[in-house]
Design a protein around this ligand. Structure first.
Ligand code: ZN
Length: 542
C-alpha cells in the first residue's frame, strides 16, 4: 500500500471482442511495465480489460476503473492504444509492484491529424537501428495518441530499385510501416515531386541555379539528381521512377502520399519557374495519377519553403492550383518556416484542411541530437500558438529518438488542442522515471532549452548560454541517484543525463572536448546506432 492505494503483484489482461487485433497491444502493455521493473509474481491481481465499443467518441477512449481492475474501451485500435497509453503513463511501479491509475477518464482528440514524420535517411536511428527497436518506438508513439506515420524512401541514396541497398530499405520500411499499421496508425509516404535516383542522366537533371527566372536563392538541400519535368523525356523518367517505387511498396495501404516541392527538389529553369505554381503542380498531378494505380491513397500537398527562393510563389500557386477532382485532401504549410509568415486566412486553399510540419530535431544545435536530449518546450508552444487555431494537426519532423520529449509535448498539443508544456514534461518524467523526481526533472528539462544553442568549434562546442549548465547537471545528478535502477539504465534517462554531463563538461572546460565528453558521445552513438551516420546526425566524437 502507498497511503490508501492498493499495489498489485500480478496483471491479467483480458480482451473483449476481436482478440486478434489486440494481441500485440496486450503484449506491449506487459513489456512496457516490465521495462519499468514490474514483475508478475502471482500475488495480488489486477484485471485490465481491453474492449472495442463503437459508442466511444472518434479515436478517443474511456478508462473505467472497477474493483481490482479497469477497462479501456475505444471504437478503434488507435483509440485503444491511446487508452492503453493513458493507463501506462498513469501507472507507477514501486519495487516490483504496480499501482494503476484509479480515476475514471474519458478523452477524445481535438486534432484529427496526429502524425509523425520519420526522416528515414542519413543512417540515423530510423535508417540504421535494429528494426525491432524502431518498431517498438513506433508503438510507443501510438500509445501517446499519434495516429499516422510518414516515411520517405529517399531515392538519391540508390542507383535504382535494383540496387541491393534500395531493396533492403524497402524491406525495412515495410516492417516499420507494418508495426504502425498493427498499432492502429494510418500510413503515409513522403514523395518529392521530381525525385531522381543517384544516376540521373545529366540531360534530365533539374536546374538549381539562382539568379535566373526570378530565383534569388538556390533551392535549399537540392541533391542535384532531381529531374526537370520539362526536359525532353524528363516527365517520363519521373513517372517511371515513381511507378517503380510504388511497385516496390505494392500492397501497403497508404492513406496519404505527400507531394513535396523543395528541400530537396525543385527546378529553376525557365519552363518550371516558379516551381510551386508551374513545374511542381504539373508534375504532382501526374505523380498522383501514377501512385493511384497502386494504392487507393489520398494526397497531402506541401507548400514547404514556398516564397523562400522566389517571390510571389504562394500567390501564383493559389491561382494555378485546381483541385477539381479533389485529389488533394490537405495542404501542408508550416508558417514559421515560410519567409513571409503566411497569414492564417491566406493559408486556406480550396477549403482544404491545413496540417503543419513542426521542427523538433535541428533547432539550436548541430549535429542534431549530438549532445543528447534537446527539449524545446517553449519553442514548441510558441509555434503551436501561431498555428493551433486553423491547423488540423501535423507531422513533426523527426531525425531520431533524442527529441523524444518534444514528441511527447506535441502529442499532448494535438490530442488536447492546447496543453501546458511543463505539465507534459512532468507527466513524461513521472511515467518514465517515477513520480519521486518528476517535478525536479521537468524543471531541469525546461532549463535545458536555454542552454541548447551552441556552435561547433574545432575542439569542442561553444555554448551560447553556459550559465546554468553546472546547476542543471547538479540537479540531474541528484535525480540520477534517486530514481529506480530500471529508470536509471533506460535510454530515455541516459540521453538526458548525458546532455547535462556534456554541457557541464563543455562549459567548465572552456568548451574543450575532454575524455569524459568523448565517452559520453560514444555512448550516445551506441544508443542511436549512429556508428555509420552522416555528420549531421552523429554525436561529434571525432
Ligand atoms: Zn525545369
Amino acid at each position: 500500500m502507498v497511503g490508501d492505494e492498493i499495489m498489485y503483484e500480478t496483471l491479467n489482461i483480458a480482451v473483449a471482442g476481436d482478440a486478434r487485433q489486440c494481441a500485440r497491444l496486450a503484449e506491449l502493455i506487459c513489456e512496457w511495465l516490465a521495462e519499468k521493473g514490474f514483475e508478475n509474481s502471482g500475488g495480488d491481481s489486477y484485471k485490465l480489460t481491453l474492449k472495442f465499443d463503437p459508442s466511444v467518441d472518434r479515436e478517443g477512449y474511456v478508462f473505467a476503473p472497477s474493483e481490482r481492475g479497469g477497462q479501456i474501451s475505444a471504437s478503434c485500435l488507435s483509440g485503444l492504444y491511446a487508452g492503453a497509453g493513458h493507463f501506462l503513463l498513469g501507472s507507477r511501479i514501486y519495487g516490483k509492484k504496480l499501482r494503476p491509475p484509479e480515476k475514471h477518464m474519458e478523452s477524445a482528440p481535438k486534432k484529427s491529424v496526429r502524425g509523425i514524420y520519420f526522416a528515414t535517411h542519413f543512417h540515423n536511428f530510423y535508417h540504421d537501428a535494429p528494426v525491432c527497436r524502431v518498431k517498438r518506438y513506433v508503438e510507443e508513439l501510438s500509445l501517446w495518441g499519434y495516429n499516422m506515420l510518414t516515411v520517405w524512401f529517399d531515392m538519391h541514396h540508390y542507383t535504382g530499385m535494383d540496387d541491393p541497398e534500395a531493396k533492403e530499405m524497402v524491406s525495412r520500411l515495410r516492417l516499420i510501416l507494418e508495426a504502425a499499421r498493427v498499432s492502429g496508425m494510418k500510413l503515409c509516404l513522403g514523395v518529392l515531386a521530381n525525385e531522381g535516383f543517384s544516376g540521373t542522366p545529366d540531360e534530365l537533371k533539374a536546374d538549381w541555379r539562382a539568379g535566373q527566372n526570378g530565383y534569388h536563392a538556390e533551392p535549399m538541400g537540392h541533391y542535384h539528381v532531381e529531374i526537370c519535368p520539362n526536359s525532353p523525356g524528363g516527365m517520363e523518367q519521373i513517372i517511371k521512377n515513381r511507378e517503380e517505387v510504388c511497385e516496390a511498396f505494392r500492397g501497403v495501404d497508404f492513406e496519404y502520399i505527400w507531394l513535396w516541392p523543395y528541400d530537396q527538389g525543385g527546378c529553376t529553369c525557365e519552363k518550371c519557374s516558379p516551381w510551386g505554381a508551374r513545374g511542381f503542380l504539373k508534375t504532382s498531378r501526374l505523380v498522383a495519377d501514377a501512385c493511384r494505380k497502386y494504392s487507393s491513397c489520398k494526397f497531402i500537398m506541401s507548400l514547404w519553403y514556398f516564397d523562400n527562393f522566389i517571390k510571389g510563389e504562394t500567390e501564383a500557386f493559389k491561382k494555378a492550383f485546381a483541385n477539381d477532382d479533389g485529389y488533394v485532401s490537405y495542404i501542408l504549410c508550416e508558417p514559421h518556416h515560410q519567409s513571409g509568415e503566411l497569414p492564417a486566412h491566406d493559408r486556406e486553399i480550396c477549403g482544404l484542411g491545413i496540417v503543419g510540419f513542426p521542427e523538433i530535431s535541428m533547432y539550436g544545435a548541430s549535429p542534431w541530437g549530438g549532445f543528447g536530449a534537446n527539449p524545446i518546450p517553449q519553442r514548441i508552444r510558441h509555434i503551436w500558438d501561431i498555428e493551433k487555431a486553423e491547423m488540423q494537426g501535423g507531422f513533426p519532423y523527426s531525425e531520431g529518438i533524442y527529441e523524444d520529449i518534444n514528441k511527447y509535448i506535441i502529442s499532448r498539443l494535438y490530442w488536447h488542442g492546447d496543453y501546458d508544456a511543463n505539465a507534459a514534461m512532468e507527466e513524461y518524467a513521472g511515467a518514465y522515471f517515477g513520480g519521486g523526481c518528476a517535478g525536479e526533472i521537468a524543471a531541469a528539462l525546461a532549463e535545458m532549452e536555454k542552454t541548447l544553442p551552441r556552435q561547433m568549434t574545432p575542439d569542442g562546442a561553444a555554448l551560447q548560454n553556459p550559465a546554468f549548465c553546472r546547476e542543471i547537471y547538479s540537479r540531474i545528478a541528484k535525480c540520477d541517484s534517486a530514481i529506480s535502477p530500471a529508470a536509471r539504465a533506460s535510454w530515455r534517462w541516459r540521453i538526458i543525463y548525458l546532455r547535462a554531463l556534456i554541457d557541464n563538461e563543455l562549459s567548465s572546460n572552456n568548451f574543450a572536448k575532454r575524455q569524459i565528453c568523448k565517452e559520453a558521445y560514444s555512448e550516445l552513438i551506441g544508443i542511436y546506432h549512429a556508428q555509420n551516420a552522416d555528420p549531421w546526425v552523429r554525436p561529434p566524437l571525432q
